[in-house]
Structure formats: C-alpha cells, structure tokens
Design a protein around this ligand. Structure first.
Ligand SMILES: [Zn+2]
Ligand SMILES: [Zn+2]
Length: 327
C-alpha cells in the first residue's frame, strides 16, 4: 500500500510503498477513504510530542470501510463504515481506565502517534475504539469530526453551561464547536490572529456575536473561553476576558510556554484546565449531537501525496476549515 511516512521528526513525510497491514486479534483492517489533517499531526512531524514511535504514519481522523476482520473481532462486518479517532487503545486496568477516565490512561495507544494512522491507503484499528459514522455525512465531511469535532466537543463540555463563550483560534476545531455552541443557545465570541479579517468574517458568517483579534478584549465579560491556538500567551489574555468564576479550557495537545501573569487575573475563582485526548463516550455523545445540529465541516480536499502541502497550509494559518486527504 502507499503511505506517507515520517522517518525522522523535523522532516517532511515521505511517500513510501509498504506491505498491507494485517489485523491482529480484535482488530479490523480498514480501507482509508478520507483522513483529516489535525494540528497534532504538525506537532508529531515537528517533534514537539515526547516519545513518538518512528517510523510512523500520521493521521487520526480516519473514515474508511472495513475490508477484513481479525480473530475475535465481531463488532463490525466487512463493508461497514467506521471512524478511527486519536484514542487507539487503552489498557483497561489502570486507575484512570477503571474510573471511567480512559482519556488519561497510563498505557494508551494513539492513532498516528504511537500506532500507525491514516495517511495511507489501509490501516488497522482496535474495533472497540472505532466509531460508527452517522449516515448523513460523506466520508470526507465526516473525517474532521473525528478529532477537531470530538476534542472540540470535550472542550465545550468542560465549559459547563457557560452562555458567553469565547473561542481563541478559529480553525478546524473552532468552526465545528461553534456550531454546537450556537445550537445550544450560547453566545459566541471569536478571537483570531491580529489582522485575520477573513477568519473573523468566517466566524461571523457562522453566527458569532462578536469577532476580533486575540489581543482585543470582548465588549462583555465571558463566562468561559476555549483556546485552540497553541499559543501560551493567550491564557492570561483569555483570563482577562473572563468574569469571576469563569473557566479557560486549553483544547490543544501542545502549547508554547504560558508567560508569567499577575495572580489578580486568576483571583475570583477563575480556573484554567486542559483537555487531554478523548473517551469513547465523548465520541458517542458527539456523534449523537452532530447530526441534530447539524454540524457541517468546511473542508479542503488534498490527494494523499500532497500531505506535506496540507500540513504547510495548516502551519501558516492558510486553512479556514479542515484539510482532508484522500488516497
Ligand atoms: Zn489505562
Ligand atoms: Zn487531532
């Protein structure tokens, strides 16, 4: 099969011919129909995440068809459509797994980071962690839902019933979460890079109440803010925008250092938290609400061999939706 493989961090992905993977016990073999490009893929390629498995095929927003099942894999039949998200497998026995917090598992496997992902024609997955895809979505439209959608949704849930919601970094995750937030009757405040007028217009076109630069303060105090941009200086900036008792949720896997800030910004029972990975329940909950909204992903298609180009466009902020690779 053809795959885009990372052999060393800080280099570009290489197009490589590999033997077709074989499903192990409890696994399914999937023909990849679409794989969305996530900012985490950039962090993997750039070597910003610890202990990557190398060589690695990135990609953890995979939609495909089951073409074979391994021993004891009975959940899906050949021909079924599945989604394969970031959480590839958990240990099932650690304190976190037992407490229903499998997103924090001590011994997890992550798709496209510690097990091969979807920048390829075929991949395998532990069937227990594959997700059925709602029928209304095409393969390419469903792909970005699997991380931008899921982890975005987990971030949104962390904000509780916040009505005035700020979102910093208006990319793939934000444009999906914004739709759910508006469906839930929240008031949306969108923050983009300074001068990104196009991004601000995009946010307004989705229904944002206000859109501006991330260095601006919104016209009212916010109940909560989600930060999707990997920029640590946004944390004190978001705290400044919050009312007392508000929460800042950091939705990314990697962020530059958070600069020093006066305690006064945190005082008043403001909170800062991060969102790590996802649980299977997040996936179920999101795939239930998404068709009701309905969440619509804005996508830009790229052939698989142009994975490096798609990553570059993401790096330079030149995408206003999600890039999706097609083998
Ligand atoms: Zn575990
Ligand atoms: Zn992701």
């Amino acid at each position: 099969m053809r795959a885009m493989v990372l052999f060393e961090t800080h280099t570009a992905l290489t197009e490589t011919q590999l033997p077709e993977p074989v499903p192990s016990v409890g696994e399914i073999l999937v023909r990849v129909e679409a794989c969305a490009v996530c900012r985490t893929d950039l962090h993997v390629v750039d070597g910003e995440l610890p202990n990557p498995q190398l060589p690695i095929i990135p990609g953890h927003e995979i939609v495909g068809r089951v073409i074979a099942t391994g021993q004891n894999a009975r959940r899906y039949a050949v021909g079924d459509r599945v989604g394969i998200p970031w959480l590839g497998r958990t240990c099932g026995v650690c304190t976190y797994c037992k407490a229903g917090m499998e997103n924090l598992c001590d011994n997890p496997q992550f798709t496209g980071y510690t097990r091969n992902g979807g920048y390829a024609e075929f991949t395998t997955a532990d069937e227990r962690f594959a997700v059925p895809i709602p029928q209304m979505y095409s393969d390419t439209e469903a792909a970005p839902l699997l991380c931008a959608g899921l982890i975005g949704f987990r971030s949104l849930v962390k904000t509780g019933d916040a009505r005035r919601l700020g979102i910093y970094g208006f990319g793939a995750a934000a444009h999906l979460v914004a739709q759910v937030a508006l469906y839930q009757g929240r008031e949306l405040y969108a923050f983009t890079r300074r001068g990104d007028v196009e991004g601000q217009e995009f946010a307004r076109s989705l229904g944002a109440h206000w859109a501006g630069s991330s260095s601006d303060l919104p016209p009212v105090k916010l109940d909560a803010a989600i930060i999707f941009a990997p920029v640590g200086s946004l944390v004190p900036q978001a705290l400044r925008a919050l009312r007392k008792g508000g929460i800042v949720v950091c939705g990314g896997i990697h962020m530059s250092d958070i600069p020093q800030f006066p305690y006064e910004l945190l005082w008043g029972e403001r909170e800062i938290c991060s969102v790590a990975n996802l649980t299977r329940k997040d996936a179920e909950d999101f795939m239930t609400i998404a068709p009701k909204v309905p969440v619509r992903a804005q996508i830009e298609l790229f052939p698989l061999v142009e994975a490096n180009e798609a990553l570059n466009r993401l790096r330079t902020g030149k995408l206003h939706g999600a890039a999706v690779l097609q083998p």
